[in-house]
Each structure stands twice: as structure tokens, then as C-alpha cells.
Design a protein around this ligand. Structure first.
Ligand code: CA
Length: 715
């Protein structure tokens, strides 16, 4: 490496906004940088992911494989904490840091952006988009953010309330702000924007609440919209004047019936995570989410495939016009999003052993797919976890469904469940080993048709029965039993042979994203707080460090002054922590999020920041008839469980209602749930959805669960 940039000096100048002046006033000296500070497509294509980490997946191919090898299988045990930075949140943190020009740009909950000196962790600026916290109730999976994009002299962030904003990379000052969604609808943005060829790409989420999905491209300089591609038809199947029109006229509209809940509920198909630029074919490839409502029986009784739900789509990068699609789960009924990591690579998949440029994805539905990047042709696929919804794939890659999976009134215990066999946690691929590294899990769920289903205004609304299989008084040890059904693993997957080369079994489900390096290592954080380095070729565990918080996000790596840094954002929250409080024991305590950065020989430590313990005693005597309690169970499961936890057991990210002082008093409880007195914390009024009697039934159920706590836990 010949570049000898004085990074430290450069960072200081950069922070002071002085680089432009100093460059202008001096002749190019020997050690001047070869490139300007400006980030463009060429620089992202040519430099990352080596010294810098310039886009969410490390490079446009999103392999999350770094060519840095200072940290290797030989010396990884010398990794220690170089610095930490407190993100000051107890909500979920999912961001992968971007590192450019010696500065780290990272986000935290509520879409707050931080610029840090990547060598020291020193804060350079903070930008808070000042989100109205009541939008938090629209976030299916916590108020998380997976990071920024950088392009030109700007940093771009998708804000949870649907804004896309451009900030001055040097100062953090707002340059432009565009509202990318109809804010009267429950759209959210948690995904990282991507930037290419002077455009910024962003999608959105909300398919649990009733929205219509799309991806948009905006001009990076001005914020003007360049194109938009919808993923489901308009309710009348009429053109939108959008890039997607031709695809719906030709193949999309016919895959939907003319009535059903989708015509009022939006249909879903949100593009909430993976967006990849394929430079070789000058196309944008993105993943599409689940249907809305989930249950096709109510969404579209005609039983069509419902394009482009649960699909991978390629569109022309300049115009957004359709090029190809591959639907992983036709007629989705299970929240089987295909938004998971999309990785581009060259693989020897031809019969002749020649390399082909391929798309790899391991979506929620449990199958690993290899597609031709130019045409979308299905090349191969296989299950990477046990599945009982499909017995395999046919020659076109279409799942061979098991009929019980099309659930009716009788619940079907299915794996994968709606949290998927793989979720947002980034997958990696190493060209050195030829392996994809999948952060996989098994989290089964009983799916059943909810006979009480009705369209609800902008609230959690899936058409699946979240009370299926539950009772007020569950047998002793129910939590232990549920916990035993949850599995997490890191899989070293051979995408050519379509089989696991090695597997590491974890204690819990829902572990972190993966980083692969030319040092022969893969790094993964775990929800029990371990950050682990494995040998990439064998899965042998070589090093670990206690993060003192959840390690769910995608780690990154970069080099400054000849030293390699490995970094990860930590925190406690996101979808699984919200819904699976029962899955954890006291070893995983809620704590504040941080950026934790390692290098060889460092000896720093991670500060403790645990929250004060909660008084775990019931605040009221058990009360209520069996009918009232059962009513409370149903309404709790439908309206409260996705944030406060099934069976009223919370992880602590949001309050565990069993121990809430508000349960002691019926009027105080009504004030919160019906009148919304805590709306500025995110707990908005539910009076549109629940009667006063139903709200009181929920209180009775929650109080009963407080008294049942020891029985549930099997103590
Ligand atoms: Ca979903």
C-alpha cells in the first residue's frame, strides 16, 4: 500500500472544515491523498472495502468481506478495545458504521446521526432529526436505524418518520430534507440509504400495518425524485406514472384478485432493507417484503402469487425500469420477506465450471438462493435450516408447499416463523473461502387464521391470530419450553454445493451480522454480548470479547495509519428483543448502545451501563372472571404483544407491563391506554381500537400474568 496519508492530521482538519483551504493554498505534497474527500461511485467501486468502509455492505457487491489482513488467525487474540462511544439509547441499535476520510458516520435509535473520529472515537458532530416519538408505534420492530450513505460531500439518513435527509459531511448541518412517504400512513424507515451515480436510494417499512411498498431514487445534490418503483399494484390496478407501471401492466396486475383486503390495506411489499448496485449490469437489485395483511386468505382471496411480494427485483439504475424478478415465496402468508442481505459475487456455478456473476440471498423463508445477476434465472437453492412449510424447491425455484402451512382456524406450528430463518442481520461472503456466512435462527410460530380479523386503522394488522395456542394460565415451565424451541447458529454455507461446510450452534436465537476478512476471520456479535472471531474456513472459535450489551448489528473494519480497526455497534432492542423477552435469562440485561472499536494490542475497557433493576412484584391483586381474562388475553395478543412481549413478558426494552404501577388503578390504566397520556414516549392512545371494557380486560390479564410469573418460568 503506497498511500501514506497523514490520517490523524487529515481528520483534525476535516473536523474543522479546513481541508478545502489547506488544499487550495498548497502545492500537492508527496504525502497528499491520491483522492479528494469527495466520495463518488468510482471511489466506492475501487477503494472499498479496504482502508475505508464506504457503503452499508462494505462495497457495492455488499459482500462484507474486507481485504485487510493485519488482524489474522495468527494474532487475533491480541485484539482489545481501542475506544468506545456512548450512543445514549436503550432502544435497538442496528447500524453498520460508514468510515470515510478518517471519520466514522453511524446512527442510533430514532435516526440520530453521529460523526466520530474513527481513530479515537472523539465526537465531531451529532445530528438529531427530532422525531415526534409518537411515530414509534408504527415501527414493527423498534425505532432502529441501520446506518447512513455517503456521496459527494454529503451524508444521507432515512428518518423513522419517512424523511430522507442530506447532511453536510463536515458539519452535520442539514442540506435538504424530503418526505418520501405519505405521513398520514404508518410508513417507517429503518434501512440504510444507498448512493450511486449521483442518486440516493431509499425504501420504507410498514407492511404489518397496511401500506403499499416502493423504492425511490433521489438526486443526491437536490433531493429531487428521479424515479420510483412500486412493488404491488395500485388498488385500482391503474398506472401511477411511475417506473413500475409497465411491469404491472405486463405481469404484476394479473397476479392479484380484484378485491380482498389489499385494495384498502395497501398490499405491503415494503423495501425495508437490501438495496444493491450491480455495476456490471448497471442495475439496482432490491429485496421486497411481506404481504399486508400477512394472511393471503384475507389479503387476496383469489389466491394469486401477488407480485412482487417476497421477491428480489432488478431495475435499470438510471430509469428504475423493470429488468427481472424472482419471487421466493409466491402468495406469501407468513411474513416471509425477501428483504434480507443481497450479495453479488462471481461463482463457478456453470456445468463447465465457469464463473458467473450471481445474486445470493438467504431470505426469511429458510432457503438459500443463487440467481443469475444479469437475468434473474434461478440457478440453485436449498434449505439452510429445517423447514416445515415447504418440502423443497422445484426446478424453477418455486417452493413445494406443505398444505397445512396455508393455515386456517387450526393453528399450524411452523418453522421458520415470522422472524424468519434469517432476518436483517447482514450476511457475508468470502471470495477466499467461497463461503457465505449466514446468521441463521429457528424461531417457530403457531400461525392461525384470526376469525375476529377486521381492517384496523394504521395499527398492527396481519390477519394472523397472535393468541393462537395461548391460554391465561399456561402450564408451569412454559417459558423454559418455549425457550428450548429457539435456536441460533452461524453457518458457513457453500453456495455452489448448496450445503453447510460448517455450523456453530449458539445459546440463543437472533445473533448478529457477520464480517469476513482476508485475515481468514469471520466476526459475529451475539445477543448474549459476546463478540467472537471464528476461523473462516472451519468455524473454529479463536477470540471473543464481552460487549456488555447485545451485538446484533453488522461489524465493520477499516485501516488508519497502518492499523486495522474492527468495529461494532451494540445495543439491546429490535424486533426480537421486543417480542421475545421470554427467551432471555438474566445474563442478557438491557443496557445502553455503544460503538465499540477494537485494534491489536489495545487494552481499553467497555464502561458498565446497566439500568436500575425493576421492582418485580404485582401491583394489584389478581381479579376478573374467566371470560374477562380470556378477553384480555386476546386483546393483549393482538394489540400489545408485539411491543410489550407475548404472554406479557417483556425483555425490558419497553416496559414489562406486569410490573407497571399503572396496573394498580383502573383509571390510571385507562388514562394511558385510552387517553394517551404517555403519547410523547411513544405509547399513543388505542381508543380507536379498544373499548374501555377491553382495556380493563387487558389490565386484568396483565395482572394475572404478574401473579403467574413464577409458574410460567417454572420456578
Ligand atoms: Ca414484516
Amino acid at each position: 500500500m503506497k498511500k501514506a496519508t497523514p490520517w490523524r492530521l487529515k481528520v483534525i482538519l476535516f473536523a474543522l472544515g479546513l481541508t478545502a483551504c489547506s488544499d487550495a493554498g498548497n502545492n500537492q505534497s508527496e504525502d497528499a491523498p491520491e483522492t479528494s474527500d469527495t466520495i463518488d461511485t468510482q471511489r466506492i467501486l475501487s477503494t472499498s472495502p479496504q482502508e475505508e468502509w464506504l457503503t452499508y455492505g462494505g462495497g457495492y457487491d455488499e459482500q462484507r468481506h474486507s481485504r485487510l489482513s493485519h488482524v489474522s488467525t495468527e494474532n487475533v487474540e491480541q485484539l482489545g478495545v481501542a475506544w468506545t462511544y456512548d450512543l445514549a439509547t436503550n432502544r435497538g441499535v442496528e447500524a453498520t458504521p460508514i468510515v470515510a476520510n478518517g471519520v466514522m458516520y453511524v446512527t442510533s435509535a430514532w435516526s440520530i446521526v453521529y460523526a466520530l473520529d474513527a481513530k479515537t472515537g472523539e465526537e465531531l458532530w451529532v445530528y438529531d432529526p427530532d422525531v415526534d416519538k409518537s411515530v414509534g408505534v408504527n415501527a414493527c420492530c423498534d425505532v432502529v436505524n441501520r446506518g447512513v450513505a455517503i456521496y459527494g460531500d454529503k451524508v444521507f439518513v432515512g428518518v423513522i418518520d419517512g424523511r430522507l435527509e442530506a447532511l453536510d459531511a463536515k458539519t452535520g448541518k442539514l442540506v435538504w430534507s424530503k418526505t418520501t412517504v405519505d405521513q398520514s400512513k404508518p410508513y417507517t424507515i429503518t434501512g440504510a440509504p444507498r448512493a450511486v451515480n449521483g442518486m440516493v436510494l431509499i425504501g420504507n417499512g410498514g407492511a404489518e400495518f397496511g401500506v403499499r411498498g416502493y423504492i425511490s431514487a433521489y438526486d443526491a445534490e437536490t433531493g429531487n425524485q428521479a424515479w420510483r418503483f412500486y412493488t404491488v399494484p395500485s388498488p385500482e390496478k391503474q398506472p401511477d406514472g411511475a417506473a413500475s407501471d409497465e411491469a404491472f401492466t405486463r405481469i404484476g396486475n394479473v397476479s392479484w384478485g380484484d378485491d380482498g383486503a389489499w385494495t384498502t390495506d395497501g398490499g405491503g411489499g415494503t423495501v425495508w432493507d437490501s438495496i444493491v448496485y450491480d455495476a456490471e449490469n448497471d442495475q439496482i437489485i432490491f429485496g421486497v417484503g411481506n404481504g399486508s395483511p400477512w394472511n393471503r386468505q384475507v389479503r387476496d382471496p383469489s389466491g394469486g402469487d401477488n407480485l412482487f411480494l417476497s421477491s428480489v427485483i432488478a431495475v435499470d439504475a438510471k430509469t428504475g425500469r423493470y429488468k427481472w424478478h424472482f419471487q421466493t415465496t409466491p402468495g406469501d402468508s407468513w411474513d416471509y420477506t425477501a428483504t434480507q442481505s443481497i450479495i453479488l459475487a462471481s461463482l463457478p456455478v456453470d456445468d463447465s465450471g465457469n464463473n458467473r456473476r450471481v445474486v445470493m440471498q438467504a431470505p426469511k423463508n429458510g432457503f438459500f438462493y443463487v440467481l443469475d445477476a444479469k437475468t434473474g434465472e434461478f440457478l440453485s437453492g436449498n434449505a439452510f435450516v429445517p423447514t416445515n412449510w415447504a418440502s423443497g424447491l422445484d426446478t424453477d425455484g418455486r417452493p413445494i408447499e406443505i398444505s397445512d402451512a396455508r393455515y386456517g382456524d387450526v393453528p399450524y406450528l411452523q418453522t421458520p416463523g415470522p422472524l424468519g430463518a434469517h432476518n436483517w442481520h447482514p450476511m457475508a461472503f468470502s471470495p477466499d473461502t467461497g463461503l457465505a456466512y449466514i446468521p441463521a435462527h429457528e424461531i417457530p410460530q403457531a400461525y392461525g387464521f384470526d376469525p375476529r380479523w377486521a381492517i384496523k386503522p394504521a395499527k398492527w394488522n396481519t390477519g394472523a391470530d397472535f393468541a393462537a395456542g395461548l391460554a391465561v394460565d399456561l402450564p408451569p415451565g412454559t417459558l423454559q419450553f418455549l425457550r428450548a424451541g429457539l435456536k441460533g447458529r452461524l453457518i458457513g454455507w457453500d453456495p455452489v454445493a448448496q450445503e453447510a461446510r460448517w455450523t456453530v450452534e449458539h445459546e440463543n436465537a437472533w445473533n448478529g451480522g457477520v464480517l469476513s476478512t482476508a485475515g481468514g476471520l469471520v466476526f459475529q456479535g451475539k445477543l448474549n454480548g459476546e463478540f467472537v472471531a471464528y476461523e473462516a474456513s472451519t468455524g473454529r472459535r479463536l477470540w471473543s470479547h464481552d460487549l456488555k450489551s447485545g451485538g446484533a448489528s453488522g461489524p465493520g473494519t477499516y485501516e488508519i495509519d497502518g492499523e486495522q480497526y474492527v468495529t461494532i455497534t451494540t445495543g439491546w432492542g429490535s424486533a426480537y428483543a421486543l417480542v421475545a423477552g421470554f427467551a432471555y435469562d438474566e445474563k442478557v440485561a438491557p443496557t445502553v448502545g455503544k460503538v465499540v472499536t477494537f485494534k491489536l494490542g489495545a487494552t481499553g475497557s467497555i464502561p458498565d451501563a446497566a439500568f436500575p433493576p425493576v421492582d418485580q412484584t404485582p401491583k394489584a391483586d389478581r381479579y376478573g372472571t374467566t371470560a374477562l381474562l380470556n378477553d384480555g388475553l386476546v386483546h393483549y395478543a393482538r394489540n400489545c404483544a408485539v411491543c410489550h412481549g407475548p404472554v406479557a413478558v417483556s425483555s425490558g426494552v419497553l416496559p414489562d407491563l406486569r410490573w407497571s404501577g399503572y396496573t394498580a388503578d383502573a383509571d390510571a390504566w385507562q388514562a394511558v391506554v385510552a387517553e394517551g397520556v404517555l403519547a410523547d414516549t411513544g405509547m399513543v392512545s388505542f381508543s380507536e381500537l379498544l373499548t374501555a371494557q377491553e382495556i380493563e380486560a387487558i389490565r386484568a390479564y396483565v395482572v394475572a400474568q404478574a401473579h403467574n410469573a413464577n409458574v410460567l418460568a417454572g420456578n
